[in-house]
Design a protein around this ligand. Structure first.
Ligand code: SF4
Ligand code: SF4
Length: 346
């Protein structure tokens, strides 16, 4: 499809500067295959399906907005019937969102730790989901991933750091996770033993979830609505904190602005939730593989050029691409000129 050709040409250009010499391959143009010659391909292709799914999930996660703003109780009831059967999802979604109908596993787990509760149920559900479908919720449901994907779409030239820099930057999210989890466990333990007062005073707004003030989902779905429509005395606090709220909004705008040039940079480098989910997703039952009879890794790197997570796909075994960063977006599969990328069930 013409769209395929555009995306490959656009995304490939600036990566060349950051690649080692042996990596500088002449990129293949996608050739027409049976799959892409489908006359309905423009509507029914995987990328289009994912975009639609992401939009529906974005609305669904904030399902109460349908009732509050648009007076659509039946539609809201439909979303609730789906979400009520799911405890939490491995995405980034805050517990306190006034319009939110489901929370992220990471957000819930941190709150439970900080309250002195061990998150058996949250962890169990998260592990089951991630060892089954990997980080597909990151690729198909998470609202922060969705916003970044849509911001990246119109940009023709993507910035992709050199592999060494990329791998160093990826470590940041692990450090963030360790700090946030450590503080949550510490606060929870102090609360159980009745010695939390000094710690609570020291941590202030960071006490229940140290990541929340910097969490774009928290800022968008909790701070912003509460700032514009305070729902109770507890949220009136924000009225006295406009400067802090504006700084948080500025941070969110910065995140989304950068993703115009660097696809999913927040997911790749900063998100502690994504890092935690990746521990269990590496060997998920559903994953990506390459057909060795079709893949031509020495002369083609299209899959790596289009991967929003900047994964060096050709370095992994053909049978199963065990990258913890794969979000199962299937962009590599959609763009592969040889139809060599396959879904694996193992
Ligand atoms: S890495 Fe974090 S922000 Fe990105 S999609 Fe996953 S949970 Fe959402
Ligand atoms: S390897 Fe493929 S499916 Fe995984 S994140 Fe990259 S493009 Fe998406």
């Amino acid at each position: 499809m013409a769209e395929d050709v555009d995306r490959i040409d656009e995304t490939g250009t600036d990566e060349e500067e950051s690649k080692p010499e042996e990596e500088k391959l002449e990129e293949k143009k996608p050739r027409k295959t049976g799959r892409r010659s489908n006359p309905f391909g423009l509507i029914l292709n995987t990328r289009m399906l994912r975009r639609v799914f992401q939009i529906l999930a974005f609305i669904g996660i904030n399902g109460y907005i349908l009732l509050s703003w648009f007076h659509m109780p039946n539609v809201q009831a439909f979303w609730l019937s789906i979400w009520q059967n799911l405890p939490t999802l491995p995405i980034l979604a805050p517990l306190e969102a006034p319009f939110g109908v489901i929370a992220g596993s990471f957000d819930t787990m941190i709150r439970e730790f900080a309250t002195g509760i061990f998150p058996f149920f949250t962890l169990g559900a998260m592990i089951i989901i991630t060892i089954t479908v990997g980080r597909a919720p990151c690729g198909w449901i998470c609202p922060i991933g969705t916003i970044q994907d849509f911001i990246t779409l119109p940009k023709r030239t993507k910035i992709r750091p050199a592999p060494g820099t990329e791998s160093e930057l990826r470590k940041i999210k692990a450090y963030v996770f360790v700090i946030v989890a450590f503080l949550a466990v510490w606060v929870g333990f102090s609360r159980i033993t009745g010695t939390a007062e000094a710690l609570e005073n020291t941590l202030g707004g960071f006490v229940n979830d140290a990541f929340a003030p910097l969490n774009p989902a928290y800022i968008l779905f909790v701070v912003l609505p509460n700032q514009l429509w305070p729902t109770g005395l507890d949220t009136l606090w924000y009225f006295t904190q406009w400067e802090w709220a504006l700084a948080q909004m500025g941070f969110v705008i910065f995140i989304f602005l950068i993703s115009f040039w660097v696809p999913r940079w927040f997911c790749r480098w900063l998100c502690p939730a994504g890092w935690f989910y990746s521990i269990f997703s590496r060997d998920s039952i559903i994953g990506i593989g390459r057909n060795p009879a079709r893949c031509t890794p020495d002369t083609c790197n299209v899959c790596e050029v289009v991967c929003p997570m900047n994964i060096r796909i050709r370095r992994y075994p053909y049978q199963h691409m065990h990258s913890p960063d794969c979000i199962l977006c299937l962009d590599c599969r959609s763009h592969c000129p040889n139809d060599a990328i396959v879904l694996r069930f193992s």
